[in-house]
Write a protein that binds this ligand. Structure first.
Ligand code: GLN
Length: 446
């Protein structure tokens, strides 16, 4: 099995550029031997998995697909990865991504673009495109990505996979290199919802190393029998650009109705501001999180300038980061200037609260779960995607996903249809901490 998967990894690499590194599983390792000898039968015994290259894995390069960290070897392993290894899963490789997870197509990687295993002229989605391509090409049974504004749900839709972002605070971020600390969530790619639940059960739960991990038990689960479930269709997301794909959304709503659910329109009036709000908050966190990469403590150091320490910092950061990362650092520092803080950062924080309140209102009073698009139809070609700048890519790709991230809600992309030879997904979003309820409903949809 291990050898077979190793070959699949090489194939996925050649076809889709899915990996940044390919880790040969050590068959002689004591824990592997114990499994082979039948002495230990952990829950994910010998299940091959892949991890996005922004999760630290001890003694392995963790590059964030950036020149800045191309040789960075962390001294510890992310909690989620350690829990999977403890459960017997075998790590086959680290996966390609947009540099530092900033992007929506996995084309902005120091290691080159990821392509979609269903059609290699198309993008895999992003920023966790490598993890999606790894699972879609069956070189891993499941993979971890990070979903900050949609980075797992988006590629899941384009690659025909389940992409599940748990509630913020349910899964430890320890060892995940941060993008937006208040919306980063380790998230899961699988072929079916049941497998996502299994992986979630292994990785979720409090962690002393992440103070944002919740330690209180979740509230009682809502009844997931479909004849007890009320499904909301957010009207504002029915944007003109989505009209060609409306049939997908409608078919899922009808399927839920046939199974006894009540489907009603709901309103999320502030959702149209979610992208702008995220853009400001993301840039501010980026400005702060990227400050550590100065060529002294971490990663790459430029030799281009030895005039002064400041010139070395500048040259290092210019060489080490791509244009998207540099642009966000500059924007974030501008938003945080004393004179612009009120107008941008604090304003965005207020808008975020309104977005959260929209969800709270519909989930408290009107419905149990929301059903909404995840992407505009099938994966675009690499060529058409490259024509758009990063900001426009984000506006289109994150439109349906980013509001749930700002509110910390559990959300899942489920494959529902094929258009020609390409898959398409739909998204379900549940109230905060109703993860098992969300997974139950998602199983009715797949
Ligand atoms: N596309 C968004 C961005 O570029 C979200 C990325 C993510 O979820 N990691 O920041």
């Amino acid at each position: 099995l291990i050898e077979a998967y190793h070959q699949h990894v090489q194939h996925a690499q050649a076809e889709s550029n899915a990996y940044t590194s390919d880790l040969t599983v050590n068959i002689d390792a004591p824990q592997v031997q114990a499994m082979l000898d039948g002495l230990s039968q952990p829950r994910l015994m010998a299940v091959p998995f892949a991890v996005k290259d922004n999760f630290c894995v001890q003694e392995n390069i963790t590059s964030c697909a950036s020149l800045m960290l191309q040789d960075f070897v962390p001294a510890y392993t992310a909690t989620v990865v350690q829990r999977l290894l403890n459960a017997g899963a075998l790590l086959v490789g680290k996966t390609n991504m947009d540099e530092f997870a900033m992007g929506s197509g996995s084309i902005d990687s120091w290691r080159g673009a990821v392509t979609n295993p269903w059609d290699t002229t198309r993008i895999a989605g992003g920023s966790s495109g490598g993890s999606a391509a790894a699972v879609a090409s069956r070189s891993a049974i499941f993979a971890l990505g990070s979903d900050t504004g949609g980075s797992v749900r988006n590629p899941a839709s384009y690659c025909g996979l389940v992409g599940y972002k748990p509630s913020y605070g349910h899964v430890s971020r320890h060892g995940l290199i941060p993008l937006v600390n208040s919306t980063d969530v380790p998230a899961i790619f699988t072929h079916v919802v049941e497998d996502a639940r299994t992986v979630y059960d292994v990785i979720a739960g409090p962690d002393a190393k992440d103070s944002t991990c919740l330690t209180t038990p979740p509230p009682p689960q809502r009844d997931s029998k479909l004849n007890k479930v009320k499904v909301g269709i957010p009207q504002e997301l029915n944007v003109p650009e989505y009209q060609p794909y409306l049939g997908f959304w409608r078919s899922v709503a009808e399927r839920l109705e046939e199974h006894g659910a009540e489907v009603v329109p709901v309103s999320l009036p502030h959702s149209e501001y979610a992208n702008a709000c995220y853009t400001v908050l993301c840039a501010c966190d980026v400005a702060s999180n990227m400050a550590r990469y100065d060529g002294v403590e971490f990663g790459h150091r430029s030799t281009a300038s030895d005039v002064s320490t400041n010139a070395m910092y500048a040259a290092t950061r210019h060489e080490g980061f791509n244009e998207v990362v540099r642009g966000r650092i500059l924007a974030g520092n501008f938003f945080l200037l004393k004179r612009s803080q009120q107008e941008y950062f604090l304003y965005a924080a207020k808008v975020r609260r309104l977005i959260v309140q929209d969800f709270t209102k519909v989930f408290d009073k009107e419905v149990d779960v929301l059903c909404m698009p995840v992407t505009f139809g099938v994966a675009p070609t690499l060529e058409e995607f490259k024509k758009l700048d990063n900001r426009t890519q984000q506006e289109l790709q994150d439109l349906f996903t980013v509001a749930a991230s700002l509110a910390g809600l559990p959300a899942i992309s489920v494959p529902i249809a094929m258009e020609g030879h390409l898959p398409v997904g739909i998204q379900l979003v549940a109230p905060n901490r109703q993860d098992n309820f969300l997974l139950d409903v998602a199983q009715h949809v797949e």
